[in-house]
Write a protein that binds this ligand. Structure first.
Ligand code: SF4
Length: 234
């Protein structure tokens, strides 16, 4: 069966060449400070949820999980590292007053959406709120102040909600983006979207036989220095 996931779809929608680069040619995009930092934080928050860490152990896990690639200088790496310490302290304090219970973290689903296609995803967190509602939570670092964009385009969380609802045969009540930089959460009431599966099948058909008739924004593309079709190499 052909496996699709949010990253594949997002790559293709951004630029067919990026999809080719990552998933046909199987090349890797370069890490930059933000992606490397995001990876360190995600790994640490996975440990927080799965090992029920207190603050001291959370910060120790951060040190253990630190990814030191993608930075342009030791000074820059240190600045990000210190920023992560502050971020995790604020996160921990916010969690002390959070009445939700973490049901699953870094939870993987694989759901067949027709005879040919399986939808796969890894969900940062599934919470049960104090009043018994089920909430899908995706961590964002929050570097960009564009939370409104996330609210309008919640494809990633709709995919996760669909996958988790099928995996556990449960109803999902909320989908949320948790911006770690300022501890702000955007919570959206979730209603199953009848257009989601047709949309995913349409994406599958397109990415199976990609048409290279457009390019994404090379200036913000993670593959800009490696892609042979890039208009923005530095
Ligand atoms: S560098 Fe440009 S052409 Fe290449 S994958 Fe990125 S957006 Fe597409």
């Amino acid at each position: 069966m052909f496996e699709i996931n949010y990253s594949k779809i997002n790559s293709y929608l951004f630029c067919p060449y990026l999809y080719k680069f990552s998933y046909i040619d199987r090349k890797y995009t370069q890490h930059n400070p933000k992606t490397s930092f995001g990876l360190s934080i995600h790994k640490t928050l996975k440990d927080f949820a799965q090992k029920k860490l207190d603050l001291k152990r959370l910060l120790f896990a951060y040190e253990e999980n630190w990814c030191n690639y993608g930075y342009t200088s030791p000074q820059q790496m240190l600045e990000y590292y210190d920023m992560g310490i502050e971020m995790l302290k604020k996160f921990y304090n916010a969690e002390l007053t959070n009445n939700s219970k973490i049901l699953y973290s870094e939870d993987i689903f694989k759901v067949e959406i027709n005879d040919d296609v399986v939808l796969r995803g890894t969900v940062d967190r599934v919470d049960k709120t104090a009043d018994g509602k089920i909430e899908i939570v995706d961590y964002k670092m929050g570097f960009e102040e564009k939370e409104n964009g996330y609210e309008k385009n919640s494809l990633q969380l709709k995919i996760y909600a669909y996958g988790i609802s099928k995996k556990y045969s449960i109803n999902i009540d909320y989908i949320s983006y948790y911006f770690l930089m300022n501890q702000k959460k955007i919570r959206i009431e979730y209603k199953p979207d009848a257009d989601l599966i047709p949309f995913l099948i349409d994406c599958y058909k397109k990415i199976q036989f990609p048409v290279f008739d457009r390019k994404g924004r090379c200036d913000i593309c993670l593959a800009k220095n490696l892609c042979e079709f890039s208009d923005f190499k530095i």
